[in-house]
Design a protein around this ligand. Structure first.
Ligand SMILES: [Zn+2]
Length: 445
């Protein structure tokens, strides 16, 4: 048994599923035809709806009220009869979303972070979670990284401790996976130098982490005119902005495979070796994109992501809106895989700031390049409906003129009747999970 298979075996044994079999499955399903994908998803959705009707109080009541029985669900389009499910509805009565036989599905309790919101607890069936892992391993393979065989450095929340401070069990587990962590809690130059030393000492050629953490490391290296050649870089959990991608790729001399994922609804999509569109992981979730009226949008048009998990029986998510936006792509990816595509992930709905004067500021449209010249970090906060606060960590040499420019720029973007304030800080706090948010809107849609 080679090291990769051993890693799969032990991971599977720990959680109770055959990870290798799941990985093999996803390696085949990535070449399914549109008909095969459709057949698989319809079958899984039908099973889920039967289950939800029989065992989950919220759905039993909902379907009775709609006058719908599970047998009425004959085509995937019939799913549109279900209302879009939002976080608030689940939070109002979480127990009503649990199946009467929920424990039978060996659910793992999980929780979403979120900067503004109350933590939101939910469950993923262990098999759903395992299959999701398999799609992640497939993404790694697209980027040339093989779990267990290659060494990787991970910079993300949950890996905030340096190797020396880990428990023996955690050390062994990481040793087996050849997984090295670089703490990102502070990202000061001492921590980053230690991270760089580790990368060089262990000859690490793959990186994985939040874009903001990788960007900080890349900036630190480029300030001292250093580069570190990597074979592959995987980013996830935050928006990867084009300017930041360029900066990271330059320092590490290698392209990034970015991914988008959300455990509620088991949504996943990731870039292949073409590094452009995002392949949707059709095995874990059925996805729709809708406009403000809940109508499906065609390819090329931005819409809100609606996800129906195919394997979460303990706590089913049917037509759930995680609050993120994307654009469907058309045609096939040049890599030859038939998995459908997102042309772009358009950030979270919560990255949009809605102002009382009717203007909407999208976090994606901020002039990152220009701001990066005068600021180390910034964060736009909607402090009140009509008051914007730009928290900034200035670069050395930041002048009163720069400050005035920021004030004017923001005032012109925000428009009439909106108060704007620029606040200089030493540091901008991250979320509990160590994510960095560029935009904090007051009200999510
Ligand atoms: Zn591709």
């Amino acid at each position: 048994m080679n090291r990769t298979d051993l890693t799969f075996y032990l991971m599977g044994k720990k959680y109770g599923f055959d990870l290798k079999k799941m990985v093999d499955f996803t390696m085949q399903s990535q070449y399914w035809s549109a008909d095969e994908i459709h057949k698989y998803q319809l079958e899984k959705l039908q099973k889920m709806i039967h289950h939800a009707y029989a065992k989950v109080p919220y759905y039993t009541k909902l379907m009775r009220e709609m006058g719908m029985e599970p047998g009425d669900f004959k085509a995937i389009d019939d799913l549109a009869a279900f209302p879009i499910l939002r976080k608030e509805t689940i939070q109002a009565n979480p127990e009503s979303f649990l199946a009467s036989d929920w424990k039978r599905h060996h659910p793992l309790q999980r929780s979403t972070g979120g900067t503004t919101g109350i933590p939101f607890a939910y469950y993923n069936d262990v098999l759903s979670w395992g299959l999701n892992w398999a799609t992640k391993i497939r993404t790694f393979a697209w980027g040339g990284y093989q779990l267990g065989r290659d060494r990787i450095a991970v910079m993300k929340g949950g890996s905030m401790m340096r190797e020396g401070k880990l428990s023996l069990r955690a050390k062994l587990w990481r040793f087996l996976q050849r997984n090295y962590s670089i703490p990102i809690a502070r990202m000061n130059s001492e921590e980053m130098e230690q991270g760089i030393q580790d990368i060089q000492r262990y000859k690490i050629r793959f990186l994985r982490g939040y874009p903001s953490a990788l960007l900080a490391l890349a900036k630190h290296l480029s300030q001292t005119n250093r580069t570190i050649p990597m074979k592959g870089i995987f980013t996830t959990a935050e928006m990867l902005f084009p300017e930041h991608r360029e900066e990271i790729e330059k320092v590490f001399m290698c392209p990034i495979n970015d991914a988008y994922g959300c455990g509620e609804g088991m949504v996943g999509a990731s870039q292949c070796e073409m590094h452009s569109s995002y392949h949707i992981h059709v095995e874990t979730s059925y996805l729709e994109l809708v406009d403000q009226d809940g109508q499906a949008v065609p390819a090329g048009v931005e819409g809100e992501i609606i996800a129906s998990s195919l394997h979460d029986f303990a706590m089913p998510f049917i037509r759930y809106a995680p609050g993120d936006r994307a654009v469907f792509g058309e045609g096939k990816c040049a890599c030859g895989r038939s998995l459908p595509l997102f042309d772009a992930i358009k950030g979270r709905a919560s990255d949009l700031i809605y102002l009382p004067n009717g203007n909407v500021i999208n976090g994606l449209s901020l002039p990152f390049e220009m701001l990066g010249k005068i600021l180390k970090q910034f964060q736009l906060v909607q402090a009140e409906d009509d008051r914007l606060l730009l928290n900034v960590v200035p670069q050395p040499g930041f002048t009163a003129k720069d400050r005035a420019w920021l004030q004017d720029y923001l005032t012109s973007v925000a428009g009439d009747g909106v108060r704007v304030e620029v606040k200089e800080l030493q540091e901008i706090a991250k979320t509990e999970a160590g994510k960095f948010r560029y935009v904090i809107a007051k009200k999510n849609v």
